[in-house]
Design a protein. Structure first.
Length: 324
């Protein structure tokens, strides 16, 4: 199967690059203007005693589509938290340069707001001691959030199972905002959930786990996962039912969030042998946030007997690594 992957808000190979600079999903911008706070920043001795009133503008780049869809604050940023971060930095330790102040503000926003993938900060110093008439002096910077390590689970039990896994891996690797950093071996597993089709048991699954490094936010990564599923003509009709392809977001950095559309870490990853066994075979020391090393979790998984080495699939680990 060929063709470009269409991701909501995403970037096709032949599209113009979005703002900010790095290729990846086009993002929305939330602007907070005119945050005022007193700070002791400047190179002159009197500035470090008397200080100035600084005015700060911040524009944060993130995907707000899921927040709008569910009218859910937890899927976007809290403006009050951003204003508090700005104020705290401005009122903090004295700095010589407003360039440094802008950098500190940007770093604080990126560190405390994981959904923000880039931020523009403008620091105004309208009372700077220039000695000549002027209206304002300002420094504007753009800083991007660092790539995040995430883990995805792939599963399929309909049609060309190995082909679906190969195609999914190819599409993930083609995403300009994502780098595949490791893959597990493929395992074959018994169906979970007891759902039958026309009175007959489902076919066995092929499962694998993929590690990525991405500049996508968690909701943007979910969009990518859904797009890869759609490429395989995934249809959601029956919970636990057969599917051409399932792409689950297991982790996104250290983020912990509980949302009906996206819970990370995945709420059942810590007990699923078909996820834990291949993941642990590839990277047993990896931590599942809130649950511990995947190697320990795999050893305790109740359904481990239903997992066995699967076929060799190009791009994935070897069968010998599947359950070592």
């Amino acid at each position: 199967m060929t063709g470009r992957l269409q991701v909501p808000g995403g970037l096709r190979r032949d599209d113009a690059a979005p703002h900010p600079r790095t290729a990846g999903p086009r993002r929305d911008v939330i602007e907070l203007r005119g945050v005022r706070a007193h700070g002791l920043h400047g190179v002159l001795p009197e500035e470090k005693v008397d200080g100035h009133e600084f005015v700060v503008d911040a524009a944060v780049h993130l995907d707000t589509s899921w927040a709008a869809r569910g009218d859910a604050l937890g899927r976007t940023v809290n403006y009050a938290e951003i204003a508090a971060s700005i104020t705290s930095v401005v009122q903090g330790p004295s700095l010589d340069l407003i360039e440094t102040l802008a950098q500190r503000i940007a770093s604080e926003i990126l560190a405390t707001q994981p959904l923000v993938r880039a931020v523009e900060v403008t620091v105004h110093k309208p009372t700077a001691p220039i000695g000549l008439p002027f209206e304002d002096v300002a420094v504007r910077i753009l800083r991007e959030g660092p790539p995040v390590h995430a883990v995805l689970a792939l599963g399929t039990n309909v049609g060309d199972r190995a082909g679906h896994l190969r195609r999914a891996l190819d599409l993930l690797a083609q995403d300009p905002a994502t780098t595949v950093t490791w893959t597990s071996a493929v395992v074959e597993t018994d169906p979970v959930g007891g759902v039958e089709v026309d009175g007959h048991p489902q076919d066995d699954y092929l499962n694998a786990v993929v590690g990525i490094r991405t500049t996508r936010g968690p909701w943007e990564l979910l969009d990518l996962a859904h797009a890869v599923e759609r490429d395989a003509h995934r249809v959601r009709t029956l919970r636990w039912g057969p599917r051409t392809l399932d792409v689950d977001v297991l982790t996104w950095g250290e983020l912990r969030q509980d949302d009906e559309a996206l819970t990370v870490p995945h709420p059942r990853a810590h007990e699923r042998a078909f996820v834990l066994a291949p993941w642990a075979a590839a990277r047993p020391a990896d931590e599942l946030p809130g649950h511990g090393p995947v190697g320990d979790l795999a050893a305790r998984a109740a359904d481990a007997s239903g997992v066995r080495p699967g076929p060799a699939v190009p791009g994935f680990g070897t069968a010998a690594e599947a359950l070592r």
